[in-house]
Design a protein. Structure first.
Ligand SMILES: [Zn+2]
Length: 149
């Protein structure tokens, strides 16, 4: 059950120790978003902003968080989506879905962090490639060879 159907967003540098229910605390400095569980159980829900975790969309009025917030590690096991400040209840998690989500999360992180290493190699490659010949040496060289060769 969701008792907080709307979350008021608050941008701040540091997320306070005590979270007010119904408020979505956003720290851009630390890439951290926290709120008190929308079911009202009082548990703190932290959704870090990283390329492989949550993404925040702020349209100037309201905040959207992707993907959904799945509190399968809390007693309430609530699952909801935050769209433009509104809390939309999503289906409960089955054991299979939790296992699938854990596997997906591991695979995404492995791909992302593995991929980052590979792109670093690609960036380095051109510096060790031979410097291309200047065009002048081409036709000028041929002209000199034709004239004096
Ligand atoms: Zn809860």
């Amino acid at each position: 059950m969701i008792i907080h159907n709307e979350l008021e967003h608050r941008f701040m540098r540091n997320i306070p120790e005590k979270l007010e229910p119904g408020v979505l605390y956003i720290s851009m400095e630390y890439g951290m978003v926290s709120h008190s569980c929308a079911c009202g159980c009082g548990e703190e829900v932290t959704t870090p902003l990283t390329p492989t975790d949550w993404h925040l969309v702020y349209d100037g009025e309201a905040v959207t968080l992707n993907p959904s917030v799945g509190n399968w590690n809390l007693a309430c096991r609530s699952h909801y989506v935050i769209r433009r400040g509104r809390v939309i209840e999503a289906g409960p998690w089955s054991e299979e879905e939790v296992a699938a989500e854990r596997a997906r999360d591991r695979a995404t992180k492995a791909r992302y962090y593995g991929g980052a290493d590979m792109s670093a190699e690609v960036v380095e490659a051109p510096t060790s490639a031979p410097v291309p010949a200047m065009p002048a040496q081409g036709w000028l060289g041929r002209l000199k060879r034709w004239l004096f060769g």
